[in-house]
Structures are given as C-alpha cells and as structure tokens.
Write a protein that binds this ligand. Structure first.
Ligand code: GDP
Ligand code: IMO
Ligand code: MG
Length: 428
C-alpha cells in the first residue's frame, strides 16, 4: 500500500499536518501537491510546536524526503525563510526536492491578490492575501513563471514581459497602482536561482521510481474538499485542486498509484474567510467552541468561524475523494457538552436535502437539520484505545461513522503526536 493521500474533508484546518506527521516513521516521501503558503499546519512534537506553510509536514520526520510537487505555487522568499527557521531549530531540510514545473508567486501576484479583494468589497473571498489566486490564474492563462524558468535568463525575461504586459495596464488604469518594471521582477527571481538549483528535480520521475521500489509516499493535500476549485463552495474557494484527484495531477504520478485516500475531519466544523457554512454558530456556544478548540488561523491569525459537525459534507467528501479511511480530529474539544448537535440533512426553504445541494443558491440558504447526541464530561485526552473512551463518546464516533459512509480509523484526542487512538493502521 505505498501511495497514501491525505485530504481535508471540510474547509481546512482539520489537522492534516498532524496526520501526515503521525505517519512519519512509516513514510519514505511526503509530497505537497497543491496550494502554497496559504496553508497553515501546526504540528506538536513533545514540547515543540511547529507552524508550516509551504513545506510539507513530513519535513519534520528524519528519514522522510519532502517534495514540493508541480501542482504547488511557490513564493521563493517564503520557502527560504521557512527552511532557515527549521534549520535553526535543528531540523534537517537538506533532502527537500522541488518540482521544475511548479509555478512561482512573485510580487505582482501578492499585489493583485490584495487589490482584487479590495475591489470586490462586500463580495470579497477573504483570501489569505498570499498571491495564490493570481498565480494559479497565470498558470491557467499560460503566462505563469515556472521554477525551471529561473535557469534561463533570456526565457525568464520574455516570460516576465509577457506576464506584466496586461497586468501593468490593469494595475495602473483599473487599480490606480504603479506599474511594475520587468527588470525589478527578473532581478528578484534571478536572486533565488542559485539557492534553489540543487533542490530542483523531475519530481514525478523520482516519485514513480520510489513507488516502483515499494516505498511509502504520502501525498499531503493543503486546504480541503469544500475549498477545492471544482468541488468546493465556488467562488468561495481556493484556486487549486485540493481533492484526491489533485494528488495525481499535482505530483505527476498516475491515479492508479493512489492506494489509500485518508480524509481528515474535525469532530465539529470550522471555516476561515467568506462563503456558505450551514452549521455555523453565532452565539456563545460558538465562542466556547472557538476558545476551547483554539480556532485561530495558523497563517493569518484570523478567528475561525465555527459550527457543528455536518454529516452530508463528510458523505460528499467521501464520494468526491474516494475516501477509504477517516481521521476524526479534536474529539477532546467537545468534552463538557451535555448534548452534541450533528447536522444530518438540510432544510432549504421547506425542502429537505439529505445530500449537499448542487445548486449554490440552495447551499447558501441551507439550514441544518440537527440530531442531538449525549455528551461526556470525562477528560479523554489520555485515552489510547477506543474502549478507553466514555460510552457516549464511543457512541458519538460510531454515529458519525455510520452517517459518513467510511470507517473512522484514527481519532485525535489532543494536539500532540501521541494523542491518538488508532483503530485501523493507515499504512499496511
Ligand atoms: P491543518 O491545516 O489541517 O494541518 O490543521 P491546522 O494545523 O491549521 O489546525 C489544526 C489544529 O488542531 C492544530 O493546532 C493542531 O495542533 C490541532 N490538533 C490536531 N489534532 C488535534 C486533536 O485531536 N485535538 C486537539 N485538541 N487539537 C488537535
Ligand atoms: P490549510 O491547509 C483554511 C481559504 C481562505 C479563503 C479562501 C481563498 O491550513 O487547511 P486563498 O488565499 O487560498 O486564495 O484564499 O480559502 N483558505 C484556507 N482556509 N485553511 C487553509 O489551509 C486555507 N487556505 C486557504 O481563508 O477563504
Ligand atoms: Mg491549517
């Protein structure tokens, strides 16, 4: 079972970083296949806490070769800063391999991200402002700059000219900003070339060879199913393929190499940024959940929107990704609730929807139909087997499992590496 994909089920921040890290000692390679430094993964190892953005979480495990795949957008300055910060803490980052086909985020992508958001006013997406959307837009419009372009100055100059041609008109005439000089960008990009050069590789080839040797490769998704550009709550999404299909296109390995698809799902729901969120809480129970789960963004520090578990979303994610195993995280956060509400279906102006509606307007108007499950008050953070959990916690997990259509293989009961209950191993 060498190819394991990790994807978020909800709107991100489910604990994907911890799940990848958990597999660390059984893993040979970890590939980030989508997104960029919009991601924020917090991994806790003993007393040490690491916040990763652009690098895959597997970089924290000695012996693992981390890979940034072709589906990622890279801000080189952020990459180097993150590598330096990890090195300073004694993490070996020398094995990192970066795809020659990954696209680069530059100064004008960050600027465009901010000005277009401002321009949208009330309709803004609430992006992370890291230039992600504009960099992917350039990729799809065929005016992107790729890592390999850094090593041919004349090609690089031509491409930067091509990219800035229309953008400068836009910046000056629509957004009232100054034009960006081609040489400014070329000089900046060239300054990254020498440091990046030894990391650059044909990563699709390396991964295929590894898989043929039977090595374990984890494909670590950023963001999540409901933020996926095709399958999420468009247009309130990120600009990449965050679902399991993206693991193949974003890393250059065939889909038949993906043996196991692991969906990471929180025992409740959170969302950062704008867009529909049927189970969202606006009352003191929401404040309690946010404080108890410490739901503040790793990347932007924004308070996350919070709500109850949404079973139709997990069923939807199971179908879209072909999920074989779920990792249920943050069960410990629900400790102390007398009753735990779970959304089992939606009411859209008097019509019942058992599944996520395909029509965006319906989803915007969806109100949760809730079922209530008895809670527990015992501290569960020390539980290490399913039977250690109070009966009501076991019943809650089994109910979610029944409603979600896939087995819950791992349960998180705290932020640390060892605070998990493993019901079924993820690497076998
Ligand atoms: P990611 O973006 O999916 O990797 O998730 P984040 O790192 O942004 O957010 C998840 C947060 O929950 C992190 O701070 C983790 O340390 C923490 N976490 C992960 N699993 C658990 C768990 O089972 N219980 C608790 N209490 N915290 C967890
Ligand atoms: P991880 O990997 C939660 C959200 C942003 C915004 C939308 C578009 O930590 O789960 P973008 O900057 O990507 O163009 O913003 O997507 N978003 C995330 N929300 N977790 C993330 O990553 C996110 N990455 C992007 O808040 O609503
Ligand atoms: Mg996160």
């Amino acid at each position: 079972m060498p190819g394991i994909v990790i994807v978020g089920v909800q709107w991100g921040d489910e604990g994907k970083g911890k799940a990848t890290d958990l597999l660390g000692d059984r893993t040979d390679w970890v590939v980030k296949f989508n997104g960029g430094n919009n991601a924020g993964h917090t991994v806790v190892i003993g007393d040490e806490k690491y916040a990763l953005h652009l690098l895959p979480s597997g970089i924290l495990s000695p012996g693992v070769t981390p890979v940034i795949g072709n589906g990622v957008v890279i801000d080189p300055e952020v990459l180097f800063a993150e590598l330096d910060a990890l090195s300073a803490r004694g993490v070996d980052v020398s094995k990192l391999r970066v795809s020659a086909n990954a696209h680069l985020i530059t100064h004008y992508h960050r600027t465009l991200d901010k000005v277009t958001e401002r321009f949208l006013g009330k309709k803004q997406i609430g992006t992370t402002g890291r230039g992600i959307g504009p960099a992917y837009a350039d990729k799809i419009s065929r005016v992107g700059i790729r890592v390999q372009d850094l090593f041919d100055e004349s090609i690089l100059r031509q491409k930067v000219e091509g990219a800035l041609d229309q953008k400068n008109h836009l910046l000056v005439k629509v957004f009232n900003r100054r034009a960006i000089a081609v040489e400014e960008i070329v000089d900046e990009l060239l300054s990254y070339a020498e440091r990046l050069r030894p990391m650059v590789a044909d990563t699709g080839y390396l991964l295929d060879e590894a898989l043929q040797r039977g090595e374990v490769v984890v494909f670590e998704g950023g963001q999540a199913t409901m933020l996926d550009v095709d399958h999420g709550t468009y247009p309130y999404v990120t600009s990449s393929s965050a679902t399991a299909g993206g693991a193949a296109t974003g890393s250059g390995v065939g889909p038949n190499r993906l043996d196991r698809i692991v969906g990471i799902v929180k025992a409740y729901t959170t969302r950062v940024g704008a867009g529909p969120f049927p189970t969202e809480l606006f009352d003191e129970q929401g404040d309690w959940l946010r404080a108890k789960g410490f739901e503040f963004g790793t990347t932007t520090g924004r308070a996350r929107r919070v709500g109850w578990y949404d079973a139709p979303i997990t069923r939807y994610a199971t179908r879209i990704n072909g999920i074989t195993d779920l990792v249920l995280t943050k069960l410990d956060v629900l400790t102390g609730l007398e009753q735990i509400p779970v959304c089992v279906a939606y009411d859209v102006e008097g019509r019942r929807f058992d599944e996520v509606p395909v029509n965006q307007t319906d989803f915007h108007h969806a109100r949760p139909i809730l079922e209530h499950f008895p809670g527990w008050s015992e501290d569960i953070s020390g539980c290490r087997t399913f039977e250690d959990l109070p009966q009501t916690a076991q019943d809650y997990v089994l109910a979610l499992e029944r409603m979600s259509g896939t087995r819950i293989s791992v349960i998180g009961v705290g932020p640390s590496r060892d605070q998990v209950i493993v019901r079924h191993g993820l690497v076998d």
